[in-house]
Design a protein around this ligand. Structure first.
Ligand SMILES: Cc1cc2nc3c(=O)[nH]c(=O)nc-3n(C[C@H](O)[C@H](O)[C@H](O)COP(=O)(O)OP(=O)(O)OC[C@H]3O[C@@H](n4cnc5c(N)ncnc54)[C@H](O)[C@@H]3O)c2cc1C
Length: 451
């Protein structure tokens, strides 16, 4: 009997296993596909490419993990972090610090009015933000939040491509309490977002590793060598047997005192017998966005390449939501010779029948004058980023209550908006699971409640 069964071997499940080892807990991790989940670093023509995420917010808990894994030396920072928005066939520089809804008052912001990124009316409305009070006790969409905070034109002119490019999702469906909880909290307190950010300096950076994000997965696997990892084990059923959980595969039965689900809610339907109301609700609320990632290697640079590290666009217009000028942004690969462009192509229709590749390559041709790439790789993520339908905040509370039954939900389930949040949640969960197991052991008690 294991102390804990972990379902899912992405960054959430692996970090959880690693943290639980520190408490000397016996762990069995089951992964249906391959370890690493959405973190998928690979090589093409000798170049490091990322088929999934490519950067992480250097939060305190993430950097602690990086340090423990001995990866500090491998950390790389963007060489160039300048983005542009493509609108009506024209590129507009994005002022520094505006991503994430943080409005840095600097000359660049004013210059953006002259460049045409924002109209003066939009800028004025943005500066008047402190006067707009919204006091919300319920969840609203990301689109509604930013419309209330900075106005409709800000959303149309700028925020749609920014968020669409970063999340590949529909901002009308994304829950603000999941993606921008800090902004919602400030407005709930009746305060100003601008004033809050002026007072508090938000100092985070986006980082990667010289061999790509896959380094963190490789190191985690090395550190948890003694954890039983069942790869290629797609968990379909989990039984609750009064005081333990049991997973049955074709050949064996694996038992554990507690259960952690480090998988996405839309994969949970396969866990057929965990089917009570909160989980049904999770399936209803949390939808997945489908996205194709096209990595293409070209032999010819183009004008914008030196100026920007990426471009954000309106997916409805161009069919591409964002492009990273990979080598220019990260000093991973050499800046001479062939270079990598990474296109994001969201939404259902474009992905079918290889259309994603066609769309990406046409985009490169039309906007950057690029010919056929030397090599390319297309990765389709069927459950990419969670698109939370508004209402998820109440669900989070209900899922929290499951811990009394010995079931813990990993970050991918309710709060995964990025790798740093998966790591932070996994660390918190490890402590909760440890104290649950300790209490149970001391009391010699049985599990309360049932599935
Ligand atoms: C294209 C793309 C770009 C992104 N860019 C960034 C970025 O730049 N920065 C950032 O921070 N985040 C980014 N993200 C988000 C980031 O990848 C995720 O938040 C994070 O990797 C989630 O990790 P996880 O372990 O929580 O879930 P996952 O990586 O989804 O892992 C879940 C694992 O569970 C397994 N599994 C599922 N069901 C079962 C089952 N029944 N039995 C056994 N195993 C099962 C799956 O195979 C998978 O390996 C991006 C995501 C995508 C798709």
């Amino acid at each position: 009997m294991y102390d804990i069964l972990i379902v899912g071997g992405g960054i959430s499940g692996l970090t959880l296993a690693y943290e639980l080892k520190k408490f000397s807990k016996s762990v069995c991790l089951m992964e249906g596909n391959y370890l690493g989940g959405k973190i998928a670093t690979t090589k093409l023509e000798g170049k490091v490419i990322e088929e999934g995420p490519e950067e992480v917010v250097s939060s305190k808990s993430f950097m602690e993990l990086v340090s423990e894994l001995g990866l500090l030396e491998d950390v790389i920072k963007p060489k160039e972090n300048r983005f542009a928005v493509l609108r009506n066939g024209k590129l507009f520089s994005v002022p520094e610090g505006i991503a994430g809804g943080i409005l840095k008052i600097n000359p660049e912001l004013l210059r953006s009015a002259f460049s045409g990124l924002f109209s003066f009316r939009t800028l004025l409305r943005m500066f008047l933000e402190p006067l707009y009070k919204i006091n919300l006790n319920y969840d609203i969409s990301v689109e509604d939040l930013f419309t209330a905070v900075y106005g409709k034109r800000f959303v149309e002119e700028f925020f749609k491509p920014l968020a669409g490019g970063i999340y590949g999702g529909d901002i009308g469906l994304m829950s603000s309490s999941v993606y921008f909880p800090y902004i919602l909290d400030i407005k709930r307190r009746g305060e100003s977002v601008i004033m809050n950010f002026l007072r508090k300096r938000m100092n985070f950076e986006l980082i990667s590793f010289k061999n790509g994000l896959g380094s963190i997965i490789t190191k985690l696997i090395e550190k948890i060598k003694d954890v039983d990892m069942l790869k290629g084990t797609l968990v379909k059923k989990i039984y609750y047997e009064k005081d333990y959980f049991s997973v049955r595969t074709d050949s064996k039965e694996i038992k554990g005192r507690a259960l952690a689900l480090a998988v996405s809610p839309y994969t949970v339907p396969v866990l057929k017998n965990i089917d009570d109301d909160a989980i049904k609700e999770a399936r209803f609320y949390v939808k997945n966005s489908r996205i194709a990632v096209v990595n293409a290697i070209y032999d010819k640079m183009f004008k914008e390449y030196e100026k920007y590290s990426g471009i954000l666009t309106y997916p409805e217009i161009c069919g591409v939501s964002g492009v990273t000028f990979f080598d220019n942004k990260w000093p991973i690969n050499s800046s001479s010779g062939p270079f990598v462009l990474k296109y994001f192509v969201p939404f259902e229709n474009y992905i079918e029948n290889g259309r994603a590749l066609k769309i990406a390559l046409n985009f490169g041709k039309k906007y950057f004058g690029l010919n056929e790439p030397i090599a390319y790789k297309v990765k389709i993520w069927n459950d990419a980023l969670p698109l939370y339908v508004v209402g998820i905040s109440s669900l989070k509370g209900k899922l929290e209550a499951y811990k009394n039954k010995g079931i813990f939900f990993g970050s991918a389930f309710t709060g995964s908006t990025g790798i740093y949040s998966s790591v932070m949640t996994a660390k918190g969960l490890a402590k909760q699971i440890n104290s649950y197991l300790e209490t149970r052991m001391q009391a010699g008690s049985e599990l309360k409640g049932s599935l």
